[in-house]
Write a protein that binds this ligand. Structure first.
Ligand SMILES: [Ca+2]
Ligand SMILES: [Ca+2]
Ligand SMILES: [Ca+2]
Length: 206
């Protein structure tokens, strides 16, 4: 019985610690994690927002990342490697006059690619949805580290091929707990279950 319980705990510990840990930004005390789309898993900006808000870490709810300073911007691009990811900005006006962060923080710091936001091909046959959602652009001349407005799922037709400009999204956490929860190393669980096994054998032999 005890062994069964320990096996269950061991299994739980293994699956918990296989999750990627959010990355800490010492400048503002926030944590960030990159979620990358696959061939089988892709979300539009609205669903990515809901997904982010369903997550918690250290007592704080997740949200699509808000980039409110040069430091945070540099951290996301350089340390997290967030190029090509959705961010938590939305143009609620549809005409570039009311960009907002999902958290309600002031949309005062900006870092657009020159010429963006540009509502590229809004409503055309290439991109039926309007460009009202924020993403990091990809590295390149004048693009590196900068922002682009894209449509809700970042899709467009490229030579008759459905193509997406985003490869994922960034979740940010503002922790309310003071210290990270340190996962118990596998070796300790293995050691504990080994001891229990040994005790059981001794009892059976007695
Ligand atoms: Ca932020
Ligand atoms: Ca727009
Ligand atoms: Ca654009």
């Amino acid at each position: 019985m005890i062994l069964k319980v320990f096996s269950a705990i061991l299994l739980t510990a293994t699956s918990l610690s296989s999750l990627a840990s959010p990355v800490f930004n010492a400048d503002n005390g926030h944590y960030y994690e990159l979620h990358t789309f696959t061939d089988d898993w892709r979300l539009d900006w609205v669903d990515a927002k809901s997904f982010a808000e369903s997550l918690t870490f250290l007592g704080g709810s997740g949200y699509l990342a808000t980039v409110t300073s040069q430091n945070e911007d540099n951290f996301l691009w350089d340390t997290l490697g967030a190029q090509g990811s959705f961010l938590g900005g939305i143009d609620t006006s549809g005409n570039e006059t009311n960009w907002q962060w999902v958290t309600g923080e002031a949309f005062s710091y900006t870092n657009w690619v020159t010429g963006e936001p540009n509502n590229w091909q809004d409503g055309s046959t290439l991109t039926p949805n309007n460009e009202d959602y924020l993403m990091y652009w990809w590295p390149g001349n004048n693009y590196t580290g900068h922002w682009n407005d894209t449509n809700v799922d970042s899709s467009f037709m490229d030579n008759n091929q459905l193509t997406y400009t985003t490869r994922g999204f960034v979740v940010e956490y503002t922790p309310t707990a003071t210290s990270p929860i340190v996962p118990i190393p596998h070796s300790i669980w293995l050691f504990a279950s080994g001891i229990l096994l040994m005790l059981k054998r001794q009892k059976n032999n007695a």
